[in-house]
Design a protein around this ligand. Sequence first.
Ligand code: HEM
Ligand code: HEM
Length: 221
Amino acid sequence: MRTTVNQRKIRVWDLPTRLFHWLLAACIVALLISGNIGGEAMVWHARFGMLALALILFRLVWGVMGPRYARFTEFVRGPAAVLQEVRGLFPRKPGHNPLGALSVLAMLVAIGMQAGLGLFSSDDIAFDGPLARHVSDVVVDFATRWHLRLQWVVLGLVILHLAAIFWHQRIQQHRLVQPMLSGDQQVEDDDAVAANDDAAMRARAAVIFALALTLVVYLSR
Ligand code: HEM
Ligand code: HEM
């Protein structure tokens, strides 16, 4: 006998989270390219880097003040849930799964640190990060050395992220990319609650992002 499953669509990724995601992805591509070109491209490297830093600050606040599925308390789980997910035993729910949550946190931390170090880095030719002149040469050397190393961690995490998305999408037939574009996900769980993505929530996001950008620009003057 066939059981009928109640399929319906609910909002999972609010517009601010989606904008954050695609802007951050564009920034990281631009940063990896402009950083390696060097020279004239460094002016744009710094601009994209500061935008990436503002986006990360926004996301950290949004993880506390944003709607349901964007909140850290909703998707960050303990080792038991991660192990269950690895064994394929964790129930499918809307939002990040426990293992995906770890990769999200790792990317936010690595990209945040990379952008922070960049502010104090120098290419020793024509371009200094905006805060390099406020600190000693030892600090600039340290920041630059780790900025050059951490790029590989950022690149590695992004490659892992893309491989995981490909695996879910193509091998496991989980439609993850469509919700990150449209915001909506098919759910079978009757109790699943939609994320609040109304105008007031979006206005809150705009204020948080404006404050984050102002802080980064102010600190980098
Ligand atoms: C440099 C490139 C990228 C970076 C740095 C990046 C980073 C991230 C981050 C930080 C999140 C967590 C979103 C949040 O909760 O705020 C995320 C989620 C996600 N990303 Fe990316 N991303 C990149 C490229 C891509 C691309 C090219 C795709 C699609 C082809 C993609 C698909 C997704 C999807 C589907 C999720 C949600 C996963 C889930 O349902 O748990 N990302 N990404
Ligand atoms: C997440 C953000 C960032 C990423 C992924 C990133 C990535 C890179 C990469 C790939 C390089 C080239 C390294 C090499 O030559 O092998 C580089 C160099 C550099 N970046 Fe960034 N960067 C970021 C943010 C920033 C920011 C915000 C600033 C300053 C405003 C900055 C300043 C510099 C400087 C001064 C160099 C030259 C270092 C040297 O050649 O010795 N970066 N970055």
